[in-house]
Design a binder for this molecule. Structure first.
Ligand code: R5P
Length: 320
């Protein structure tokens, strides 16, 4: 078996450390910084020759070790440069573990002359030298097909039942609510896991980052509603959906959202909303703590997936 090596950039060092510790491994010493004009510079202080290298890096806003703001474009570029360095360092196999795949939202042309950035970004990652990809809760299942290699799309559904118990939501008395029609299939799968019902909030998006609810499909009356989504960005979809559920008779509303993008004043919006609680994972570091937002770590799940990919065991068996 090849030797394993774990590398990370600056997007989410806390998650990378947790994954390494779960795997009882150490991260390869590596300096990811930049030249004075902003170009990414990388120095890897250990040989990668002949190893199976896992590069752990979300494509998200973050802070560098020096506290400088890193944009989603900076962390994407760090990932690409890390892949290139690993390839040129003669790694035998490179797996990119991208807990949050930024740019995945634009996965189809909704109107003429729109880009499909999910395809562009996955192409770039593969072109940079990776053999396999792993991401968490992809914006849509078809993104897996945008690359001609193994693309593990790690679900978060197994984290939901123990999490909602903490706020007294009984699985059978909870309606899983998708915040838009695009998330309906995922919501149905979760509702089946909880042996409960599902509903869909129908949302209209007149322009990016703005949305309003038109109606709720399904019955939330007298039930606890659990909003289930992949991304919370401005928080608009979530806050509006929470209000729509309450207007339709829901007892309480909470949310489980995988990727806490939480731009601008999203955290304040969530705090001022009718949501009992927002649960998110740590695919993206939280910009600031909030008593309304609890983080459920994805590290144990990702560590198990990495272990299975490394040893050639079944990944799907982990989720049965
Ligand atoms: C959209 O299709 C996604 O699943 C999320 O619903 C969306 O990105 C959330 O955006 P915001 O928080 O800005 O409403």
């Amino acid at each position: 078996m090849l030797e394993l090596a774990l590398l990370t950039g600056n997007s989410n060092p806390a998650l990378a450390e947790k994954i390494a510790s779960q795997l009882k491994e150490k991260l390869v010493p590596c300096e990811v910084g930049c030249f004075s004009d902003g170009e990414i510079s990388i120095s890897i202080d250990e040989s990668l020759r002949g190893k199976h290298v896992f590069i752990l890096q979300s494509i998200c806003n973050s802070l560098s070790k020096q506290g400088e703001k890193l944009s989603v474009n900076d962390t994407l570029m760090e990932l690409l440069v890390l892949c290139d360095a690993a390839r040129r360092g003669n790694a035998e196999k490179i797996t990119a573990v991208v807990p949050y795949l930024g740019y995945a939202r634009q996965d189809r042309k909704a109107k003429p002359r729109e880009p499909i950035t999910a395809k562009l970004v996955t192409d770039l990652i593969v072109r940079a030298g990776v053999h396999d990809l792993i991401a968490v809760d992809l914006h849509s299942d078809q993104i897996e097909g945008f690359v001609d290699c193994y693309f593990g799309n790690v679900t978060v559904a197994q984290l939901v039942p123990p999490t909602i118990k903490k706020i007294g939501f009984d699985a059978k008395d909870t309606v899983v609510v998708s915040t838009d029609s695009g998330g309906a299939k995922k919501a149905k799968r979760l509702a089946d896991r909880l042996s409960g019902e599902m509903a869909i909030v129908h949302k209209h998006r007149p322009k990016p980052n703005a949305s309003f609810v038109t109606h709720v499909v399904g019955d939330v009356n007298g039930k606890n509603a659990l909003l289930f989504d992949d991304i919370v960005d401005t928080g608009g979809s979530l806050v509006n959906a929470a209000q729509a559920c309450l207007d339709n008779g829901a007892k309480k509303v909470a949310a489980f959202v995988t990727h806490p993008v939480l731009s601008d004043d999203a955290t304040e919006k969530i705090e001022a909303s009718n949501l009992e609680k927002l649960f998110v994972t740590d695919t993206i570091p939280l910009k600031r703590e909030s008593s309304k937002i609890d983080v459920v770590s994805i590290a144990p799940t990702l560590a198990s997936v990495i272990h299975s990919v490394y040893t050639g065991e079944s990944v799907s068996a982990l989720f049965k």
